[in-house]
Design a protein. Sequence first.
Length: 604
Amino acid sequence: MRGRGAALALLLVGLQGCAILHRPPPAPAAAASAPAAIDVRIDAPTRLATLLEAHLDLIRLGRLARDDLDASEWSRLIDSAPAQARALLETEGYFSARVTVERRGGGHRSVVLHVDPGARARIAAVTIEVQGALERDAAAGDAHARATLAQLHERWPLPVGADFRNAAWSAAKAEALARLHAAGYANASWSGTDASVDAAADTVRIYAVADSGPLYRLGELQIEGLAGQDLATVENLAQARRGAPVTESMMADFQERLLKSGLFDQVSVTLDPDPARAAQAQVQVKLREAALQSYTVGIGVSANTGPRASVNHVYRRLFGSAATLSDKIEYGQLHKLWNSEIAGHPGPDLYHRLIGVTVEQLVSSTDVVLSQRLRVGRSREGERIDRQYYVETERSLRHTDDNVINTKAIATSLNYAGIWRDLDSVVLPTRGYTLSGQLGAGHAHGDNAASGPYARLYVRLTGYLPLGRHWYGQGRIEYGQVYMRHHMIVPESQLFRAGGDDSVRGYDYRGLGPIVDGSVDGGNVLATTSLELARPISAALPTVWGAVFVDAGNAANSVAELHPVVGAGIGVRWRSPAGPLRIDWGYGLKTHSSHINFSVGIAF
């Protein structure tokens, strides 16, 4: 019985335990509230408060409801905040900052960080030294080394008196090193730099020593991809003699000239950085030649000359010689043109020899002019300056719509034409200027007119200037004059007319000039000017600009007879990757009539 009673007791205990395990859990007690985030405020100048808020551990962790950090850990973060804040302020140049912590509220859950940054340190002294080839060559009087060393000192970005910041100090070192690399010292590096701080005086003394490494001098060009074109052409475009410093600007200009030659589709110019070959460095040139022949067909429309179609043909190896043949045929409502030119590939001085023939018919509101020209000369295209010298013989035939006037003129002249430009962008300029000029002298004769010498001058200056954050200004001044005796005539293209797009808007294209027998004639003098203001229409369409403009000018037979007329209007520009496309509405104040001027073209 005693054993059976024990067994029963054990069974009851087991059953009781099972009942406890499956019993529904008691109602939970009220949950403990989550720990509140610490309220941290910073009493500091706005620019410094932003820095501290982004990097202080107390700020980042205090804004989180961290239940795994106890009171002692929060206290440690609060106590370490001043030291961390001072370290952050030193990166901005504040080496005497005072930082204190004020605890507020129960449990110190509210903290105020008071920051008095003091004065920002300024540069008190700058010492820059160089070692290596640059030091030796400069001491020996080498012009390139002395110029490089002078630029290193003169263009140091942190001069005496400048505010000190860690970011500016790092940027200055990187910029100075990049300048040495660009000058041909491709392996230049810093052998030592130091910024010594005097916190009591709020000053920093900078000391930097650069090891220039060797100067890379041109040894030879390693050219890949040359198949049909001449090696001499590529070497001429390099424009660098053996032994010349291999600078970044030299290589960039070389690459740009190769692309602008029109002979190559892809170009890469790089330096072999092997220091053992620095005295005879290899410049590697990788080329992909353009197609031997290419055709371009285009259609377009202009307010000046109406709709048109054109075909361009380029043959880049004429008869197997280093010459390019370019032909253009344009057929339009008011303008018809055939232009053919043979241009030699660039020589050692980068000049192209050229010979060209042009036949052109131009229809205006009162007459038709047919011009035939033969030109022989040479030209050179540069990064900022284009120039051309040539001898030209021209014959022109002009007749009015009613055939009241029929004139023929022939002239032979020696000419110079040049374009000077300094622009932030050649395609879409907003700052800078372009200056184009032509000067010619020759001999002319024609029907029922005296023959004799003449001279021709033409100048055009266009400037671009940003005005504030959103407005852009553009201005133009244009002047031309033909000097010749009375009773002489010259070909019509040597004379001047005004009106139309890119002249005086609001008037007919070539519709302004001296009136002879009721028809507009070419004048000996031209003067026009233009002012334009433009800005993006909206932030959502930054490439679409609205514009207002005022143009003035005219053409006449003499300065005394020149009476400018005014045109004004509004327009829209689309700044496309190929250049600005314009639509203008201009109103002529003299004729009380308006014109739409536009230029749109599609090539395929």
